[in-house]
Design a protein around this ligand. Structure first.
Ligand SMILES: Nc1ncnc2c1ncn2[C@@H]1O[C@H](COP(=O)(O)OP(=O)(O)OP(=O)(O)O)[C@@H](O)[C@H]1O
Length: 796
């Protein structure tokens, strides 16, 4: 570039400029073509490795099999990584100044790193330190950069370049832009929504970069208003951490917790696009292996279930299932009544409780002690049965001397020796009435059974609730039939119960899941091969079938399941890092569940206190985090809204000021869209309005966000629209959502129906309205019947 200027060079407009630009594009095309050539070569190498397995070497057959499994696994993973980065493989270039402290180096920045045949770097992974100036340089602080260039590709073709030439001299402080790569950023933001979040690797902003590259240790809270890129930054952070700490994190895994399944689907393509495939995405409802809760409790019930006192209630419920009968134990067995005194029962209970192990493991001790007491009692009774007539005879002088001597000797010996005792206990344990008597005192419990029996028992709830500090009305809210399905707020309680009970479910579940996993792995494998085929055109159908056969052999050999699969199946898995999105929605009990999964407390917590819609959610970060890392979490704030145009944000800001004056709304980058409007319209006329909005946005997507009260009416008049948090919801041009379901998502156009109903619908109605208003990237229409709520008066 011949000219130096501080702003973005788009088209120079002159013939000279055009020629220079064409030349620049041609030169970059050459380089990009070379990069794709390398990518293809890498893929071919990984495919060959998959097909052929490792080279034959020495060692045992077993070792060869293990090596083969590991190598195949590694090759499949590499192939998946390479398949994910096809689009926009390279998106940037930085030129360091050749003068002063600059090195004069030029680097190309891309989704993954690539080297040429001589191992010289061709493409720098965006996460590498050498790529960092691409994200951090501003006109005010360019470091040693002379120029930053954004490359825009369509498939493998370079279609446009955006340059920023840094020239410090002659630039006033006030003119120094803080936005990085403005032209590239705005071009990205203006694109229509596809229903899936895409990565922003080409346009990461400086404040986001700080979040992404923050150290692995400790708890990082990312607090930011709607549209500030918290989610997208958190996902890039996952990719960055995996890249930087691959050794630890590939083994322990990274868990991303999101609010619901639709949201997870919305974000699931981001990580593969960044070259990462092995991250666990889950909702809180899925964190307890074997349960997939999606149902929600009524808000007042959810508040009680999310309260930390529930931990005490669960503990009390477990203790309550460890009983010593006040009158002692009596069991009919062997034609007699066996007895254990109340004191002996209490002693057995206390001895078992004193063991520092969970209930189901303590039970073993309790069972042994009680069986022993029963066995002794039986022996005593037998003894008496035999002794009594003999003693009678002895008193009457009817016994020979040798028998009298024998009886005297026996008095000093124990009734049962060790072997007798063991046999006697075994025999008793086989007796159903003995077993059920002991089970009634100290049953073996699953978390599901403990909780469903507790919730179905109003008296028990009242009694144990009082011990845990619950008010009677709070305890009463927990009552429900034992057949009720598990809700999302139950999952942390199941997890809590599992801690106390010590479920030993690993063997059974592992077996069931291994079968599933093997099947999933084969499918995944075939998908990867197909993807690669599509991407590179290197494989034909026969190869795919071949490869699928390979996958079959692979799993017969018993390969290790992926870290993600093993982690999901194991309740006690300790992740290397956990990222929690929409973290403001988590209750105190949900936090306990999360924290159990990261004993190292290496977490990224992402959310916005101003958007808390769950009455059991967070009022402040300290409230949730201080119990685990008192004062030891750090907070980073994101202040720029990349989603919502300024004109819409002004309306949302007024709502926020009314519901939560302490919170500052973010500043919008976009100021280029139609102003939001309010329309008084009966619901039956909604389809016409929706039609018009769809025309206005062209290819994009539209959401009708509606109060719970009018949800059914709106669905009835829009029968063609998708509804609810379902997978189809993301792919459909029009979707009807509640505010809860819309959380974290975004749409080109939003039609918000019944704002008064949203405000009145829950204790957090104001926050819900704020969330709903901030989902649009381009157009917002508020539909109301009757007066507009005063907080929206600026729309009138
Ligand atoms: N640096 C960036 N470059 C391009 N687009 C960006 C950038 N940062 C954010 N965006 C876009 O802004 C939109 C909002 O981002 P995101 O959903 O991550 O925000 P959020 O803070 O999680 O919002 P909310 O709290 O409302 O859920 C997304 O479309 C995202 O792709």
């Amino acid at each position: 570039m011949g000219h130096r200027q501080s702003s973005v060079v788009k088209s120079a407009g002159t013939t000279d400029g055009d020629a220079a630009r064409r030349e620049a594009v041609r030169a970059e095309q050459e380089y990009v073509t070379r990069l794709y050539g390398r990518l293809d070569a890498e893929r071919a190498k990984a495919e060959a490795a998959l097909r052929e397995g490792p080279a034959a070497g020495g060692g045992s057959a077993f070792q060869a099999r293990v090596e083969s499994a590991v190598a195949t696994d590694e090759a499949a993973r590499r192939l998946a990584r390479l398949a994910g980065v096809e689009d926009a493989l390279c998106f940037g270039r930085i030129d360091h100044r050749a003068d002063g402290d600059g090195t004069g180096d030029t680097f190309y920045i891309g989704r993954i790193g690539l080297r040429d045949e001589d191992h010289e770097p061709l493409l720098i992974d965006w996460r590498a330190a050498a790529a960092r100036p691409f994200y951090t340089a501003t006109s005010g602080a360019p470091g040693t950069l002379a120029r930053r260039r954004h490359l825009h590709l369509r498939h493998r073709e370079v279609v446009r370049l955006d340059d920023e030439v840094f020239d410090l001299d002659g630039l006033a402080e006030s003119e120094r832009r803080t936005l990085v790569g403005e032209a590239a950023l705005l071009a990205t933001l203006r694109k229509g929504r596809t229903g899936r979040m895409s990565d922003v690797v080409a346009t990461i902003q400086q404040e986001q970069d700080e979040v992404i590259r923050a150290g692995l240790q400790g708890v990082l809270v990312v607090q930011g208003g709607p549209g500030t890129g918290k989610t997208v930054a958190a996902l890039h952070r996952a990719a960055f951490l995996l890249y930087t700490h691959r050794d630890v994190l590939e083994r322990r895994g990274v868990l991303v917790v999101g609010p619901n399944a639709t949201f997870l689907r919305y974000i699931e393509q981001v990580l593969p696009g960044l070259g990462e495939t092995d991250v666990v995405l889950a909702t809180v409802g899925e964190l307890f292996p074997g349960t997939r809760a999606t149902a929600a409790d009524a808000p007042d019930v959810a508040v009680v279930k999310g309260d930390p006192r529930m931990a005490d209630l669960v503990a009390e419920a477990v203790r309550d299932r460890q009983r010593a009968p006040e009158d002692g134990l009596e069991v009919e067995a062997d034609g007699m009544t066996l007895k254990v005194s109340a004191a002996d029962c209490a002693r057995a209970r206390d001895r078992a409780r004193a063991l520092r192990v969970p209930h189901n493991v303590q039970r073993r001790r309790f069972v042994h002690d009680l069986l022993e007491a029963l066995a002794l009692n039986r022996a005593e009774q037998y003894d008496q049965m035999v002794d009594e007539p003999l003693e009678q005879m002895a008193r009457e002088g009817g016994l020979p001397k040798w028998l009298r001597e024998l009886m005297e000797e026996a008095e000093d010996e124990p009734l049962l020796d060790e072997a007798d005792l063991r046999l006697a206990k075994e025999a008793l344990w086989l007796d159903p009435s003995v077993r059920s008597a002991i089970d009634a005192l100290w049953p073996e419990l699953t978390p599901q059974r403990l909780l469903s029996e507790l919730f179905a028992d109003p008296d028990g709830l009242a009694r144990l609730g009082a011990r845990a500090g619950l008010r009677p009305d709070e305890a009463a809210l927990l009552h429900r039939p034992s057949s009720a399905e598990w809700t999302v707020s139950d999952v942390p309680l199941l997890d809590e119960a599992a801690e106390w009970l010590g479920v030993d479910d690993t063997a059974d579940r592992a077996r069931a899941r291994a079968a599933d996993a093997a099947r999933a792995q084969e499918e995944q494998y075939a998908r990867e091969v197909l993807q690669t085929q599509n991407a590179s055109g290197l494989l034909n159908a026969a190869d795919v079938i071949d490869a699928a056969g390979l996958a079959g052999r692979h799993h017969d050999d018993g390969p290790p399941r992926t870290t993600a699969q093993r982690a999901m199946a194991d309740r006690e898995w300790a992740y290397g890092h956990v990222i929690v999105d929409e973290a403001q929605e988590l209750s105190a009990m949900a936090w306990r569940t999360i924290m159990r999964r990261v004993p190292t407390r290496s977490l990224t917590v992402v959310g916005d206190i101003a958007q808390t819609g769950n009455a059991a959610g967070a009022a402040s970060w300290g409230q949730m985090l201080d119990p685990y890392v008192p004062g030891r979490w750090r907070e980073q704030r994101l202040m720029v809204n990349y989603r919502t145009p300024a004109s819409i944000m002004r309306v949302a800001a007024e709502v926020l000021a009314a519901v939560d004056p302490g919170q500052t709304p973010p500043e919008s980058v976009r100021d280029d869209e139609a102003p939001p409007r309010a329309v008084e319209l009966p619901v039956p006329e909604l389809p016409g309005l929706v039609e018009g909005e769809l025309d206005a946005i062209g290819e994009g997507r539209l959401a009708v966000i509606v109060s719970d009260a009018r949800h059914a009416d709106v669905r009835a008049v829009l029968p063609g629209a998708a509804a609810g948090a379902t997978p189809e919801a993301l792919d459909s041009p029009v979707v009807v959502l509640t505010t809860e379901e819309a959380k974290g998502l975004e749409f080109d156009a939003v039609v918000l129906v019944d704002p008064a109903g949203i405000l009145a619908g829950s204790p957090k109605g104001g926050q819900d309205l704020y969330v709903a208003l901030t989902r649009a990237t381009r157009r917002l229409t508020v539909v109301h019947a009757g007066d507009l709520p005063p907080v929206l008066s600026s729309l009138a």
